[in-house]
Design a protein around this ligand. Structure first.
Ligand SMILES: NC(=O)c1ccc[n+]([C@@H]2O[C@H](COP(=O)([O-])OP(=O)(O)OC[C@H]3O[C@@H](n4cnc5c(N)ncnc54)[C@H](O)[C@@H]3O)[C@@H](O)[C@H]2O)c1
Length: 366
């Protein structure tokens, strides 16, 4: 199989979809790898490192798409990249289609098979390719929140952990999955007062055991969210219903009752976000201000730490990359988790939850 790795072109997205170790693994199994010039530079990986592992370096994205069948990316293709996609391509990347109908239509038109990292799902509901990015986004969300609570960053000027004699800040985390638990680890480590909400009682039990009572577990209802938000300094949204749009749990009305200078880190923004009226922002200008509350709405948070994220992501994607390279589309037929990743095939949406979220026709995968 000819495998292509274009350079990411989303604003300030510095990750790359394969490391030299991945190139080496593919070459050892008889494949060819084509990497775009300087695709790994911002993740600390030079052309020479890719070349040494056996990849060929090509100058433009067009050449990479043209020369290869399996395209590995990190983020969803932008308009410029969609035009290079063809019927014979398998695109393997984060897609987050539920929040982007235009992209869904463009990808359907291309005829390419599009497999989304974020909907690959084990039978127990675990999402193996979302986990490493969620671990990073969760840990960063607390770090970013602490930064934007500082006065010079537009925040109210509180220290998450307080100091002896001064109360710590209140951190409310909505969603206790991978993002939630990682955000909580950091917030507890910094000494904040942490509450975590989830709709899954078993998950709340696990969190209670895991943190030995060092955080408050709360069953998630709109009533409880409203209650906690009025006292919160930092809110982190970390909910997920696989493939579906994030629920709008934080309305403009609710924000009007929050404390001035508080911060919301809307991690779920890649699924449309939990805050009413907020659209995705960029690392270069990450905040939206609503009634003196800062909302951080960057959909590619792990892009801020590419050296960590590239390795964490490719550790998780490589087993599937090798399967796809070895068997092509047939790999999907032998792997139920990978089959759940297929969002688009032969011009149709073949993932039920994604089709429902987009209000588009669902065609079962055959
Ligand atoms: N912005 C970014 O860069 C970035 C990076 C990684 C993940 N994410 C997003 O973060 C979100 C969380 O990802 P995850 O990996 O932690 O998912 P996860 O499946 O591990 O956890 C989600 C949790 O949300 C809970 N939940 C669902 N509805 C809820 C509700 N109404 N109230 C409270 N809890 C609810 C679920 O029970 C589950 O425990 C997703 O939307 C994901 O796409 C964003």
């Amino acid at each position: 199989m000819k495998v292509g790795v274009p350079k990411e072109i989303l604003d300030q997205e510095y990750r790359v979809a394969l490391t030299p170790a991945g190139v080496d693994a593919l070459i050892r199994q008889g494949h060819e790898v084509y990497v775009e010039n300087n695709a790994g530079l911002e993740s600390g990986i030079t052309n020479q490192a890719f070349d040494k592992a056996g990849a060929k370096i090509l100058n433009t994205p067009h050449e990479v798409f043209d020369a290869t069948e399996l395209i590995l990316k990190v983020k969803q293709p932008l308009e410029d990249e969609c035009k290079y996609l063809k019927l014979n391509h398998i695109l393997f990347t984060f897609l987050h289609l539920a929040a982007d109908k235009t992209l869904a239509n463009d990808l359907c038109k291309s005829g390419a098979t599009c497999i989304a990292y974020e909907t690959i799902e084990y039978s127990n509901g675990a999402l193996p390719l979302l986990i490493p990015m969620s671990e990073i986004a969760g840990r960063l969300s607390t770090q970013v929140g602490a930064h934007y609570l500082e006065k010079h960053s537009g925040g109210k000027g509180v220290l998450l952990g307080g100091v002896p004699g001064v109360e710590p800040a209140n951190v409310v985390i909505i969603g206790g999955g991978t993002v939630g638990i990682n955000a909580a680890k950091m917030a507890i480590g910094l000494g904040a007062n942490v509450a975590i909400l989830d709709k899954n009682l078993n998950r709340l039990r696990e969190l209670d055991d895991y943190f030995h009572g060092r955080l408050h577990t709360v069953y998630s209802t709109q009533h409880k969210i409203e209650d906690l938000l009025s006292e919160a300094d930092l809110i982190i949204t970390a909910v997920l219903v696989t493939g579906a749009k994030a629920p709008k749990l934080i309305t403009k009305d609710l924000i009007a009752h929050m404390k001035h200078g508080s911060v919301i880190v809307d991690v779920a923004i890649d699924q449309g976000g939990c805050v009413e009226g907020v659209k995705p922002t960029k690392h270069s200008n990450p905040l939206v201000k609503i009634n003196n509350v800062s909302v951080y709405a960057v959909p590619n948070i792990p892009g801020a730490v590419p050296m960590t994220s590239t390795i964490a992501l490719t550790n998780a994607t490589l087993p599937y990359v090798l399967k796809l390279a070895n068997a092509g589309y047939k790999a999907v037929l032998d792997d139920a988790a990978l089959a759940k990743g297929v969002n688009i095939r032969n011009g149709s949406i073949v993932h039920k939850v994604v089709a429902d979220a987009l209000d588009m026709e669902y065609v079962p995968l055959t």
